[in-house]
Design a protein around this ligand. Structure first.
Ligand code: FNR
Length: 370
């Protein structure tokens, strides 16, 4: 294989390198995987309306997320169990994010603890939270994350039960020997038992709190001063409730198409969520972002930034920290080029009129919404 020139190429390399059980866990979506394909396909229904003859000799991609200045609106989504991809696991991801000047979100189900990730050095980090039935476990973990310097909680709200990922069932997915869900090790919840189906699905069924509701967002606010991002909103209705519940932000996410199949792609759900949030809190997006053009499209449709999931685990599997660095650099370079070729010099210059979507003019030719 020659030089890697785009983010997607890491997937094939990871497939070669990883045991089938691990690769399938990273790559899969739920059931028919319709939403998995749709998360990518939908981006191709959005085209550009580039503006010309604008001096683009200086491009500023910096932005501020929850008050934290970062180098670009491209951040790292929480993906579980990164040491299955590479022995350096979450350490490598944390270092790569930090070097790129952007935010890493650490999964509750990381194979490295919040303290271990903090020990890699400075960096702006968020902690993704799964709410366990045992609220003492949750409260302790949130406190540990805060003490370790994490800056926000991304509360995952789309997983009262685990989506049906058929390859995990066929492979009898379970955490490989030697690895644990490090954040829960001392709490006696770090192991995943083998099951007759997916070991992870059984773990979730046993430990995760299905009663989770909006009142728990208030509860979380009562136990931490970290701002809370609600991760997994797909409708305007829920965006409004998130605002009312005191969320600091929303992440439009379908969990990388791993939960409810046949939900729309996140890029198609984005605008209604942005409308529901009414500019009161920032709206972010994850799902299927693989190109700088995708980043630009998300921002044009109202996102304040995006997160990437699979590109991190695939590049980690291929080249460790260097791979994750390269993914962030490639996306950054592509996004900068997209801005230049669209005539945008800063993120605030990216507008709805820089794109036209299939749903703007369903029957006619693409036209602007001026
Ligand atoms: C995830 N995702 C996820 N989300 C979460 O809230 N907690 C988690 O532990 C995980 N773990 C996880 C593992 C793997 C292998 C994947 C692919 C995804 C979902 C993740 O945060 C994000 O929503 C999606 O990955 C975004 O889509 P892309 O970029 O993978 O297409």
């Amino acid at each position: 294989m020659g030089e890697i020139t785009n983010v997607t190429e890491y997937q094939a390399i990871a497939k070669e390198k990883l045991p089938k059980m691990v690769y399938d866990y990273y790559a899969s979506g739920a059931e028919d995987q319709w939403t998995l394909a749709e998360n990518r396909n939908a981006f191709s229904r959005i085209l550009f309306r580039p503006r010309i003859l604008i001096d683009v000799s200086k491009i500023d991609m910096t932005t501020t997320v929850l008050g934290f200045k970062i180098s670009m609106p491209i951040m790292i989504a929480p993906t579980a169990m990164q040491k299955m991809a590479h022995p350096d696991g979450e350490y490598a991801t944390a270092r790569a994010a930090s070097a790129a000047g952007t935010i890493m979100t650490l999964s509750s189900w990381a194979t490295s603890s919040v303290e271990e990730v903090a020990s890699t050095g400075p960096g702006i980090r968020f902690f993704q939270l799964y709410v366990y039935k045992d609220r003492n476990v949750v409260a302790q973990l949130v406190r540990r994350a805060e003490r370790a310097g994490f800056k926000a909680i991304a509360l995952t709200v789309d997983t009262p039960r685990l989506g049906r990922r058929e390859s995990d069932i066929k492979n009898r997915f379970v955490l490989p020997p030697g690895l644990t869900l490090k954040n829960f090790e001392g709490l006696d919840l770090g192991k995943m038992d083998e099951a007759n189906d997916s070991g992870l699905a059984s773990y979730v069924a046993g430990q995760i709190d299905r009663t989770l509701s909006w009142k728990d967002v208030k509860w979380l606010q009562s136990i931490t001063s970290m701002p809370i991002l609600v991760k997994g909103v797909l409708t305007a209705e829920d965006a409004r409730i998130a605002v009312q519940s005191g969320a600091a932000g929303i992440i439009v996410s379908n969990h990388g198409a791993r939960q409810l199949d046949y939900v729309p792609s996140t890029i198609m759900a984005l605008e209604e969520v942005v409308k529901g949030a009414q500019g009161r809190i920032p709206v972010f997006l994850d799902g299927g972002v693989r190109r700088g053009t995708d980043v630009f499209k998300a921002l044009a449709l109202g996102a304040a930034g995006i997160f990437i999931g699979r590109p991190v685990v695939f590049s980690l599997a291929s080249e460790g920290e260097a791979g994750v660095r390269k993914v962030l650099q490639m996306l950054r370079d592509e996004f900068e080029l997209t801005m230049a070729l669209s005539g945008c010099r800063s993120l605030s210059e990216i507008t709805r009129n820089h794109v036209v979507t299939e749903w703007d003019a369903p029957r006619g030719l693409p036209s602007a919404r001026l």
